[in-house]
Write a protein that binds this ligand. Structure first.
Ligand code: PAF
Length: 283
């Protein structure tokens, strides 16, 4: 695996990949890699000739009271995992490389950036779209791979790519779960064993929603009320949002006969976790 710290270096390596006529898949990450990330790498590997990964804990997407400084950084372990997956190119820039002193240009997807996680985390999606736009500009991948777990991020980035005519295909990959249903997340490592047990309420609630809908419930407000009650009964868990929305616009839907994203965010102790379920039309 070739490792690059500067955009100039990786830009040259990616240019060479394209010159050789090879397709380039790209998996942007913030490191602390788990099976969810590795599944993105494997899907990228199956669809592209060369795979590039970035590791950058992006300060711009963290609010002042959020976990930027304590976000897990496990670089050596991450490298070992990426080597084992046969990743060819790794870009791990420092903050000054990505945001040189004086940099003042950001990318902002108006409207979508204020919904779901964007509402609870002001400025978060400006940080995400800015860093991903910069990474796309540096790597110029044919395809970029993101997890469905970050459903609102996916909606924001798809809109960015479409609005800015970016020549990259966004590939969205299924949520990877632990055996008991907990969605994999780098933040799961913050959880105490007890909190981890409480965190299972997210998956339990989504499973309950899937059952309700498969038994014929179509009224989103009734589904939301049931889900909110399940979460309210779980000790140590504070609901941030539970929403049923259009997966592209993130606007609420009232009837789940149409394709819908059921999204939840909750605080388990001091850790904010998210999860979701995609309901196909007429499910
Ligand atoms: O999903 C993430 O890990 C991050 O938001 C991303 C896309 C790597 C941007 O920093």
């Amino acid at each position: 695996m070739q490792f690059f710290e500067t955009s100039r270096q990786i830009q040259a390596a990616c240019r060479e990949v394209r010159r050789e006529g090879r397709t380039l898949g790209f998996v942007p990450t913030m490191g602390a890699l788990h099976e969810g990330h590795l599944s993105l790498v494997r899907i990228a590997r199956s669809q592209c000739d060369t795979v590039a990964v970035s590791i950058f804990v992006n300060p711009l997407q963290f609010g002042p009271a959020e976990d930027f400084s304590r976000y897990p950084r496990t670089f050596d372990e991450d490298c070992r995992k990426l080597v084992a997956e046969g990743v060819e190119l790794l870009f791990a820039p420092g903050t000054e490389e990505m945001y040189p002193t004086g940099a003042c240009t950001t990318v902002y997807v108006e409207g979508l950036s204020e919904k779901l996680d964007g509402k609870s985390r002001p400025g978060h999606f400006r940080g995400v779209s800015t860093v991903v736009a910069k990474l796309f500009e540096i790597v110029h991948p044919d395809r970029a791979f993101f997890g469905q777990k970050d459903a609102a991020q996916v909606a924001v980035l798809r809109k960015m790519v479409s609005d800015l005519n970016m020549d990259v295909e966004i590939v969205v990959c299924p949520i990877v779960r632990e055996a008991d249903g907990l969605a994999m997340s780098s933040r799961n490592r913050y959880l105490s064993p007890e909190e981890r047990r409480h965190a299972l309420v997210l998956y339990r609630t989504l499973s309950c929603v899937r059952d309700l809908v498969s038994r014929g419930e179509r009224d989103a407000s009734k589904v939301i009320a049931t889900a909110a009650e399940v979460i309210a009964n779980e000790p140590g868990v504070r609901l941030d949002y539970f929403a049923i929305v259009n997966p592209d616009t993130l606007d609420p839907v009232s009837d789940v006969s149409q394709a819908a994203l059921v999204a939840v965010a909750a605080w388990v102790g001091n850790t904010r976790l998210i999860d979701n379920l995609l309901l196909p039309a007429n499910s």
